[in-house]
Design a protein around this ligand. Structure first.
Ligand code: NAD
Length: 264
């Protein structure tokens, strides 16, 4: 352990299980001395999140559904009462109807468009507004995005549009909150097999494609994501805000299939 995150208190939102990107971040933050609180969505996930949180020494584990304003208010009231301040927040939340994470983007329904935008994009703004007053010594807000925001990826569809809006909101939030010493950044993670990713059509093909064509010739891991988050949440990232940091084994710099890539 190092003192990198010693004395820092952070809220981790979006942990579902030990495959979650949020888990990679939580493990590293705890290992480097941070004190953590967690939220979970729904009782079924609560049963999984509780023991994971306890294994990192966390005693604050709260329900939160980002489609419910009162539930978000409740989380920050509780943190104000328990901690009185907050140093970082991790937003690792996204959702879309899996029937629309295949086929054509043009067929996206209005209802799922609104829900995807609300849960996957607006919730970061709604949570940032609630977290900022608790970040009395400044702070760091981190969200998770994907390259499908920048380029068309098969099946990513409405989620790509929501991630593009999320990345734009990172820049606007950074501009709004910078004068309070609050930094706002996104990590653009490469594809990783998680519960959320299993809803995306042909995900195994996408994983193989990235493994064969990324400069590092492997897929990124939740530990890679944790390392980047640690940089953004600690003093190491003190001068960094409004940034979208790619943690994708370099995939975003590639323009074509690698000459040595095997057929999939
Ligand atoms: P995951 O399934 O482990 O986590 C997704 C989380 O979102 C779950 O904990 C779920 O409970 C939560 N969530 C969904 N709807 C919610 C709501 N209404 N209220 C509160 N929480 C809600 O999957 P993950 O892949 O770790 O996803 C975390 C983030 O990382 C997402 O934003 C995802 O888009 C992003 N991301 C994932 C990948 C990947 O390949 N897995 C790549 C880049 C970015």
């Amino acid at each position: 352990p190092t003192a990198l995150m010693a004395g820092k208190k952070g809220l981790i939102m979006g942990l579902a299980n030990e495959r979650s990107l949020a888990w990679g971040i939580a493990k590293l933050a705890a290992r480097h001395g941070a004190e953590l609180a967690f939220t979970y969505q729904g009782e079924a996930l609560g049963k999984r999140v509780q023991p994971l949180a306890e294994s990192l020494g966390s005693s604050i584990v709260l329900p939160c559904d980002v489609t419910d304003d009162a539930s978000m208010d409740g989380v920050f009231e509780k943190l104000e009462a328990e901690w009185g301040q907050l140093d970082f927040l991790v937003h690792a939340i996204g959702f879309s109807d899996k029937n629309e994470l295949r086929g054509r983007y043009v067929d996206t329904s209005a209802e799922n468009f609104r829900m995807t935008m609300d849960i996957s994009c607006y919730s970061f703004t709604a949570l940032s507004r609630r977290a900022a007053p608790l970040m009395k010594d400044g702070g760091s807000l981190v969200t998770l995005t994907y390259y499908g925001a920048e380029r068309v990826m098969p099946h990513y569809n409405v989620m790509g549009v929501a991630k593009a809006a999320l990345e734009a909101s990172v820049r606007y939030l950074a501009a709004d909150l910078g004068k309070d010493g609050i930094r706002v950044n996104a990590i653009s993670a490469g594809p990783i097999k998680t519960l959320a990713a299993s809803g995306i059509g042909d995900f195994r093909y996408i994983l193989k494609w990235n493994e064969y064509n990324s400069p590092l010739r492997r897929n990124s891991t939740i530990e890679d994501v944790g390392g980047a988050a640690l940089y953004l949440m600690s003093e190491l990232g003190a001068g960094v805000t409004g940034e979208v940091l790619h943690v994708d084994c370099g995939y975003h710099v590639v323009g074509m299939k690698a000459v040595d890539a095997p057929d999939i």
